[in-house]
Design a protein around this ligand. Structure first.
Ligand code: NDP
Length: 241
């Protein structure tokens, strides 16, 4: 029977590419989203993938959403924690609301979803947790104290889970994208983006599909020995030690 994959924020951008690639690899895919009904409906119509609207920052809403995913698609074997937002501001202007929103959506979300699929994965002796971090969680970034903290937090979270899931056939890994051409980058001023592209040795932004293919590999049976790793996919913009 096909394995079930849940991709949070799976209807747009990088998540959309991940949903589509996992579907192409034969998974039964469920795609979560937060509020953009039009994009989700268009995605679902185009791909036939079922979409599930719930706020990943809300533990109880995640519980309700996961029940629907399980009933309509299946128990989650592969979880891609991809949903994320930015609320950039120089630190001297960053508010507690900026901080909390990003920590909740980009980091606490991973706890909320993973915790509620973890027991099932343990029972079935198989699981794949893939957490989408960021180059800016690895190296930090101006105006992103909140985002860099959340994305770095995902790396520590993943390493702890790697130990705990290992004996139960569950692997936990991070994918850390560089700058990828999605709507998220529309929040970056064009002149700033130009400067960023100049620092990417391959001289271009990444494509969502280039993140999706890494996720598909980590989800596969072949990747069973990769556990606790951070896979950078960034065109050599930042080479972690
Ligand atoms: P997009 O803004 O294009 O898409 C974000 C997705 O996340 C949407 O599907 C959105 O749903 C969903 N989402 C946002 N908030 C919530 C929420 N509270 N509950 C449920 N779903 C939510 O982002 P990208 O595709 O660019 O980014 C995807 C991931 O990759 C993020 O974690 C991001 O931090 C990370 N990343 C992106 C990089 C880039 O250059 N683009 C670089 C490095 C990392 P809806 O459609 O309803 O709004």
């Amino acid at each position: 029977m096909a394995k079930t994959a849940l991709v949070t924020g799976g209807t747009r951008g990088i998540g959309k590419a991940i949903s589509e690639m996992l579907q192409a690899k034969g998974y039964s895919v469920a795609a979560n989203y937060g509020g953009n009904d039009a994009a989700a409906a268009a995605f679902s119509k185009e791909t036939g993938i079922k979409v599930f609207k719930f706020d990943v920052a809300d533990y109880d809403a995640v519980g309700v959403g996961l029940k629907a995913v399980e009933a309509e698609v299946g128990p989650v074997d592969v979880l891609v924690n991809n949903a994320g937002i930015t609320r950039d501001a120089p630190f001297h202007k960053m508010t507690l609301a900026h901080w909390q929103e990003v920590i909740n959506v980009d980091l606490t979300s991973a706890f909320n979803v993973t915790r509620q699929v973890w027991d099932g994965m343990r029972e079935r002796n198989f699981g794949r947790i893939i957490n989408i971090s960021s180059i800016n969680g690895q190296k930090g970034q101006f105006t992103q104290a909140n985002y860099s903290a959340a994305k770095a937090g995902l790396i520590g979270f993943t390493k702890a889970l790697a130990y705990e899931g290992a004996k139960k056939g569950i692997t936990s890994n991070v994918v850390a994208p560089g700058y990828i051409d999605t709507e998220m980058l529309q929040a970056v001023k064009p002149e700033v983006l130009e400067g960023i592209i100049a620092t990417i040795p391959v001289g271009r932004l990444g494509k969502a599909e280039e993140i999706a293919s890494m996720c598909a590999y980590l989800a596969s049976e072949e990747a069973a020995f990769i556990n606790g790793a951070t896979m950078t996919v960034n065109g050599a913009q930042y080479i972690a030690g």
